[in-house]
Design a protein around this ligand. Structure first.
Ligand code: ATP
Ligand code: MG
Length: 476
């Protein structure tokens, strides 16, 4: 028995296609990941039928359970249904030819081998027969099994043609290499470099799907380094591409910020699967090129890159069609704050600086500390240990202050409506001035985070700006 067919669904499929006398094969990601003993991330099974894929999908679904709904995509000649967590997709074997300037192929019916030729990589073109007489047989005309063993990404046909037919495949090549820790065969990689410009006809959504898969892979730096080397990065993500390179003046050089950024991304990936924290790591120094300055006295500086960087993010997210929601705000916040714990660890760690950091970072403080630790990419072990020790100390102080003052989700002990009713005023700038005075007094440790002390500050500040508390305040 072929272990890749070790599921009830394949038995049922086999019965249906044998009875109907149509040839059917499992193909693509399912077979590849099974041979690699890797869990297929999306639990999708691709079935190719020599004949009508839609008809076979209907018949199979009916046999399993007449209530199953089959989704049909007539234009693509495909159909799919969901069963037991699986998305099972059926397609009639086809032959495709492409015109330049379009990702829409002219499609006609074809043999299994025609269908395998239109697949992107040899490792994705492996098929296993489902018909009874040949059940479990591998059909591997392009030696995909060898490429799997040797960890190689290679196109089944001439790569120039494969990539020119559908340039998204260039992104997929790099994404699979990063996900599977494979190398891209030289001819295939050279062809990506040659065809890089053609990526422009692919929609940003599809490019970003691949970028996200690279980001959540185990060694995302691999993917970004290949994107850079092939020339794709400068087209799809110029802001990141501009980080590369080293400038030297009067013998002083700064580090290569592209390689630094992807290293930080790798570092954080060892500690978190949070996709957005990984994005923050990748983008934390994004404004270094635009803030770069050299002065003979101080050498290279990137003043304000954390702030400018956080302001660049909405534009980048918009272009990449990433969500413009609280995820983006979270990335912005981490980028903006990424130097704060460093500054804190270099200077004397005052309680008030720690309180302000807790106040500004809120619930994201732990993620921010992870980012800062990942940001240490120095090769000097002694320096690295010293920085990590400093952060350990900052973490300890954060814990102490948090326990004492509960500032993580700071709710002012006296709110705006209490200020309004105390002085009998209308909402306006006075309320803001008094609120800030209370907040600063708490953060600076002048008063504890408590109502009674906060009311005292309210009255004091109110008087300073010419307000008089009412004798009988209206209740708020
Ligand atoms: P994953 O599900 O991890 O993305 P996969 O290989 O299953 O990997 P899918 O996008 O699910 O990828 O596609 C299923 C199969 O369809 C692939 O294995 C491949 O054979 C084929 N395929 C998908 N996209 C393309 C493409 N752009 N060009 C050629 N073949 C493709
Ligand atoms: Mg898949």
């Amino acid at each position: 028995m072929n272990i890749c067919l070790n599921d009830r669904i394949f038995e049922i499929l086999s019965e249906v296609v044998t009875a109907e006398d149509v040839k059917a094969f499992v193909i693509g990601g399912w077979v590849r990941d099974c041979i690699l003993s890797r869990e297929h991330p999306e639990k999708d099974i691709d079935i190719v039928i020599i004949g009508n894929g839609i008809e076979t999908a209907r018949k199979t679904a009916r046999k399993i359970d007449p209530k199953i709904r089959v989704s049909i995509f007539k234009n693509f000649g495909t159909a799919m249904f969901r069963w037991n967590d699986y998305d099972i997709e059926f397609v009639g074997a086809r032959k495709e030819s492409y015109r330049r300037g379009s990702r829409k192929p002219v499609v006609e019916g074809g043999t299994l081998e025609d269908d395998q030729k239109r697949r992107d990589f040899t490792i994705n073109a492996l098929a296993i027969s489902l018909n009874k007489e040949t059940y479990g047989e591998f059909l591997d005309p392009f030696n995909g099994i060898d490429d799997l063993k040797n960890k190689i990404i290679r196109t089944p046909l001439d790569p120039v043609r494969t990539f020119s037919d559908d340039p998204l495949r260039m992104m997929r090549a790099i994404r699979f290499a990063a996900q599977l820790n494979f190398t891209i065969e030289k001819n295939t990689f050279d062809s990506i470099s040659e065809n890089a410009e053609r990526i422009r006809i692919v929609s940003p959504e599809r490019i970003t799907t691949e970028l996200n898969k690279i980001i959540i892979s185990d060694h995302p730096s691999m993917g970004f380094i290949m994107l850079e080397k092939s020339g794709l990065l400068s087209i799809i993500f110029p802001e990141l591409d501009k980080l590369k390179g080293v400038d030297k003046k009067e013998g002083k050089a700064h580090k290569d910020n592209f390689h630094h950024s992807v290293k930080v991304l790798d570092n954080i990936s060892k500690r978190t699967d949070n996709q957005w924290l990984r994005w923050a790591a990748l983008l934390h120094d994004i404004a270094k090129p635009v803030t770069k300055k050299y002065t003979p006295e101080t050498g290279w500086s990137f003043h304000g890159h954390e702030y400018i960087g956080s302001k660049m993010i909405p534009d980048i997210f918009r272009k990449l069609k990433l969500p413009l929601n609280e995820k983006m705000k979270y990335v912005q916040k981490l980028v903006e704050l990424h130097l704060r714990p460093i500054v804190l660890s270099q200077e004397e760690v005052t309680d008030s600086a720690v309180r302000r950091l807790l106040f500004d970072a809120g619930d994201d403080i732990d993620d921010l500390m992870l980012l800062c630790e990942a940001d240490i990419t120095s090769k000097n072990e002694e320096k690295k240990t010293r920085h990590l020790e400093n952060f350990k100390y900052v973490r300890k102080k954060l814990r102490e202050i948090e326990e004492k003052d509960a500032l993580r989700n700071f709710q002012p002990p006296v709110d705006g409506s209490e200020i309004i009713s105390t002085f009998g005023i209308k909402p306006g700038k006075e309320v803001g001035i008094i609120k800030n005075a209370i907040r600063d007094a708490i953060l600076d440790g002048v008063i504890p985070n408590e109502k009674k002390a906060a009311r005292k500050i309210m009255i004091k500040k109110g008087k300073e700006i010419g307000l008089t508390p009412l004798k009988h305040p209206r209740s708020s």
